[in-house]
Design a protein around this ligand. Structure first.
Ligand SMILES: Cc1cc2nc3c(=O)[nH]c(=O)nc-3n(C[C@H](O)[C@H](O)[C@H](O)COP(=O)(O)OP(=O)(O)OC[C@H]3O[C@@H](n4cnc5c(N)ncnc54)[C@H](O)[C@@H]3O)c2cc1C
Length: 289
């Protein structure tokens, strides 16, 4: 039995919004949505509207002081893009780890964010990179911080407002700034990591001038660890500092036991290792430029 009745390939944002308002369900790469429909996690839709042919959602370019990445750019294009490699190493690393080559050929960053899972790899990298998201609905368009989009697991303001994610604005990297992404995944790959972490930092001589940290899964929504990152600011990198950040991080986040992936204790153990790794890699990279 077919899983849907109508499949619309929208050519423009207004066309996609019209279909959404008529009750169609939005689809991009379909790597999350189609599985969930098949598994009965999502009700079978009457109509799907595919946004992958809309030019604005496929653009990847510099816009003023930002790098713009369209919501429907496939993950393998993002990882291979020189612009992204120069400006957002953490995002390249995250995109290169999502699924396998077949998934990365069709999956999009917009789908990764809109699906609103707390450990989505692309989302965690975007949080540490301080990305802003552009969305549009029949009420108009808006640009907001990424964290403002999330309401709970699989729940976002995007879906609640029948909106379309257009793309993401990432500040262009300046000299002495760099980022890194690290994760641990079960070998049999249950689609999401046991734990992931993204770090962005700015060096000033032998000190960390500024830092952003994001870690997943660490609560009901993808989270930027704002308390832990303040501990890094103005400090020299050292083992004592990493220990301090780790202590605050554990107070700030909720690392829980999940039946298919890991125990809370194992996640706490990994958090320290990944934190240290990601901070040290970003620190070294920031010193190279
Ligand atoms: C085998 C396998 C392995 C995977 N491994 C990983 C992994 O390692 N890490 C990871 O993070 N994820 C993983 N995933 C999940 C998935 O591939 C990603 O989340 C992907 O980025 C989703 O993008 P998509 O374009 O396929 O989204 P879709 O499935 O098309 O859509 C997902 C949701 O987002 C909404 N949506 C999509 N685009 C937009 C838009 N522009 N505006 C508004 N709403 C939108 C849809 O309506 C739907 O609710 C895996 C999936 C599979 C099948």
């Amino acid at each position: 039995m077919p899983l849907w009745k109508n499949y619309y390939l929208a050519q423009s944002i207004p066309e996609a919004l019209t279909r959404l308002n008529e009750g169609a369900r939005l689809i991009a790469g379909g790597t999350d949505l189609l599985l969930e429909i098949q598994q009965g996690v999502q009700p079978p839709p009457e109509s799907l509207v595919d946004v992958c042919n809309i030019p604005e959602l496929n653009s990847l370019e510099i816009r003023g002081k930002d790098l713009f990445i369209g919501a429907a750019v496939p993950l393998n294009h993002i990882a291979a893009s020189q612009l992204v490699q120069e400006n957002a190493q953490a995002l390249v690393e995250a995109c290169n780890l999502i699924g396998g080559p077949q998934v990365r050929n069709t999956a999009t960053l917009g789908g990764n964010v809109a699906h609103a899972l707390p450990a989505a790899d692309g989302t965690i990298a975007l949080l540490a990179l301080d990305a802003q998201a552009e969305s549009i609905s029949s009420e108009g368009s808006s640009i907001s911080g990424l964290e403002e989009l999330f309401l709970g697991p699989r729940r976002s303001t995007i879906e609640a407002n029948q909106a379309l994610l257009v793309g993401f604005y990432l500040p262009l990297r300046k000299s002495s700034q760099a980022s890194a992404f690290r994760r641990v995944m079960r070998p049999q790959g249950v689609a999401l990591p046991v734990l992931n972490i993204a770090v962005w930092l700015q060096r000033k001589k032998d000190r960390i001038a500024d830092a952003h940290l994001a870690l997943g899964p660490s609560g009901p929504t993808p989270l930027r660890a704002r308390m832990a990152e303040t501990v890094l600011r103005g400090e020299k990198i050292s083992q004592v500092l990493i220990e301090k950040v780790y202590t605050i991080l554990l107070e700030e986040v909720h690392l829980r036991t999940s039946p298919y992936r890991a125990s809370a204790d194992y996640r706490k153990h990994l958090a320290k290792i990944l934190l240290q790794d990601a901070i040290e890699i970003a620190w070294e990279r920031a010193g190279d430029n």
